[in-house]
Design a protein around this ligand. Structure first.
Ligand SMILES: NC(=O)c1ccc[n+]([C@@H]2O[C@H](COP(=O)([O-])OP(=O)(O)OC[C@H]3O[C@@H](n4cnc5c(N)ncnc54)[C@H](OP(=O)(O)O)[C@@H]3O)[C@@H](O)[C@H]2O)c1
Length: 318
């Protein structure tokens, strides 16, 4: 495993981040423990979660993934300072209409809830899950500034921002002398390039932000297990992943497969390796459902694609 600095922070993170949206949804609590342990065993030191994970699953009130991580942290012998824990705030928690958003009052409450569920004193990276148009960014960043001063949060980042909202936030920090976002978590993969590449990537480059793309395998599509004339794989992700089933994307899969065969790698390893080779990317956030999938994902860091391979993949995906 290699390690990279997350933007201009002092956080030295593994080049794969373990995502946990699947915990308590498609992965049982016991299996979630095994996936965290195995990830750490293989050098991952960076875990991404969110307060709302995974409240869309049946009988899941939210907070489940954080609770699982907290219980794992309590029983592990891995020292707390060897791990970088990232979580997020913004989504609706429970039924109270005020228990959501990026207002000062919600952030101040939400961070306490996350710290309690995670059973830690400090969140290494606290991210706004998506923008809140009803609250001024100045208020959000002032609240974050207080959390950093109180030692409850080390750095802040954001997710699902447009280039415009990201620049507005960075200027707000400068104007008000408050903490600034040091990372962006965009939806970015070979089947979802435009959103990030059109203008977000240049903002991240200019402001030296860390970039941690989510859904790097298109929810499973970029593994090659979706086929035009076969039933969908049995997966809670199939409903969304099937939106990628177009002739262009199947051609992309064939290109990835041809590269994979020559390299003796899997299609998903090639897709992750492509992401790892993109300039501004710090660490794709993987979401393995099983240990076998985790091992497959981990294999993406053991090699680098050549320039002709990258060009071939670029051509098939744009
Ligand atoms: N900020 C945000 O708004 C946001 C949104 C989404 C996700 N995230 C973060 O990003 C993380 C990863 O997102 P994601 O789960 O969408 O990532 P992904 O890598 O695109 O999809 C992961 C899914 O693909 C399938 N898969 C992975 N490796 C495989 C393999 N080797 N063989 C076959 N199938 C494989 C599994 O689903 P099946 O086996 O069920 O098919 C797995 O759960 C999340 O856990 C979360 O931390 C953030």
């Amino acid at each position: 495993m290699n390690y990279r600095y997350l933007g201009q922070t002092k956080l030295h993170v593994s080049e794969l981040c373990l995502g946990t949206m699947q915990f308590g949804w498609s992965v049982s609590k016991t299996d979630s423990f095994d996936i965290i342990s195995e990830s750490i065993e293989h050098g991952i030191n960076f875990i991404d979660t969110a307060n709302i994970y995974s409240q869309w699953a049946e009988d899941n009130p939210g907070g489940t993934a954080e609770t699982i991580i907290g219980r794992w942290l309590r029983k592990t012998s891995v020292p707390r300072d060897k791990l970088i824990i990232a979580t997020k705030v913004r989504g609706q928690m429970g039924k109270d209409p005020n228990n959501q958003g990026l207002s000062k009052s919600h952030i101040v409450q939400a961070v306490e809830d996350s710290l309690r569920r995670l059973q830690i004193d400090t969140i290494d990276l606290y991210q706004t899950h998506w923008p809140d148009e009803d609250i001024s960014i100045d208020e959000t960043l002032a609240a974050m500034d207080t959390l950093v001063k109180q030692g409850k949060v080390r750095y802040i980042g954001c997710s699902n921002y447009t280039a415009r909202s990201l620049i507005e936030a960075l200027w707000s920090s400068e104007k008000n002398n408050t903490v600034q976002f040091h990372s962006l978590q965009p939806h970015y993969s070979l089947v979802n390039r435009t959103e990030y590449e059109s203008d977000l990537s240049s903002v991240c480059k200019q402001y030296k932000l860390g970039v941690i793309p989510y859904s790097p395998l298109g929810g499973g599509f970029l593994t090659g297990k979706y086929h035009a004339n076969k039933p969908l794989p049995k997966s809670v992700r199939a409903n969304k992943a099937q939106h990628y089933m177009s002739e262009k994307n199947f051609q992309l899969i064939r290109t990835l497969e041809s590269v994979a065969q020559l390299r003796n790698k899997s299609i998903s390893q090639i897709a992750l390796s492509w992401l790892l080779s993109q300039h501004e990317v710090t660490a794709p956030i993987i979401g393995p459902r099983t240990i076998t999938q985790l091992h497959d994902n981990l294999g993406s860091v053991e090699f680098q694609l050549t320039k002709p391979e990258l060009e071939k993949i670029d051509k098939a995906s744009t």
